[in-house]
Ligand binder design. Structure first.
Ligand SMILES: [Zn+2]
Length: 254
């Protein structure tokens, strides 16, 4: 008979109350799929789970097969990323990263690059100053969209592939097509003006390593412009707003 327990690991994205003292833990599994399991008694102060299943942590789990959701039997902390939870700016920047991952990852659908990218992103966020946190969030949102098959075209026209030049510091951007649009294709697409500043920083954050972004310290206004671009893309392609991203953009923390 096959074993009814199995080992898994992942990043904790969400914790949802269940019953009197249990939690449903939503993880980005190490294969990039979405994993949901129950940690029984995890909300009791004496539970060993309470310090090991924190948001934005990397964890190893031993789970038992349950009737609807599997049950966490053991949890081991691999990387705590503690600063993300103890700094309000870092937590505010991490929340949209986790919320988007919980929307694009799917149960049973492997996407290992999404997991690898996310581990690096949360780990990098844990190390940077609060001023750099929105830049890492913006980069991770764009990279997550790319790994979910929604990579925006930021260097060439999304329709024909021609290079796009800015006109008086503005380019045409189509949220529904997912990229910049050249003058010849513009009559065929619904576009909005996007500043060349926002386009160039979006492209930079999409293609640059998290460690290099942390070192480059992009200006805050650029990072917020990229966050608004990501917000528009998420709304156009996933049909939803990220509540945590709306909070970040309106929080006044920076
Ligand atoms: Zn074109």
């Amino acid at each position: 008979m096959a074993s009814s327990t199995y080992a898994t690991s992942g990043i904790v994205l969400r914790k949802t109350k269940l019953g009197e003292s249990d939690l449903i833990i939503t993880l980005l599994g190490s294969d990039g799929s979405l994993v949901r399991c129950v940690a029984k008694g995890a909300r009791k102060p004496t539970s060993s789970f309470s310090s090991r299943l924190e948001l934005f942590c990397e964890v190893d789990l031993l789970c038992a097969c349950g009737r609807s959701l599997d049950i966490v039997k053991e949890a081991r902390l691999v990387r705590g990323n503690e600063r993300i939870r103890t700094s309000v700016e870092h937590a505010t920047a991490a929340a949209p990263m986790a919320e988007l991952l919980a929307k694009v990852a799917q149960e049973g659908l492997e996407n290992e690059l999404l997991y690898r990218s996310s581990c690096v992103a949360f780990s990098a966020l844990n190390e940077v100053s609060a001023q750099v946190a929105p830049s890492l969030c913006a980069a991770h949102l764009l990279k997550t969209l790319a790994y979910a098959g929604l990579r925006p075209s930021l260097a060439v026209c999304v329709v024909c592939g021609e290079g796009v030049c800015s006109d008086a510091g503005l380019v045409a951007f189509s949220y529904s097509e997912g990229g910049v649009v050249c003058p010849a294709c513009r009559p065929h697409c619904e576009t909005l003006p996007l500043s060349e500043h926002a386009r160039s920083w979006s492209h930079y954050l999409l293609v640059t390593r998290f460690a290099d972004i942390a070192e480059a310290k992009p200006p805050l206004d650029a990072s917020f412009a990229v966050l608004r671009l990501a917000q528009g893309l998420i709304k156009a392609h996933l049909g939803t707003n990220l509540k945590s991203l709306e909070f970040l953009l309106s929080s006044g923390l920076w």
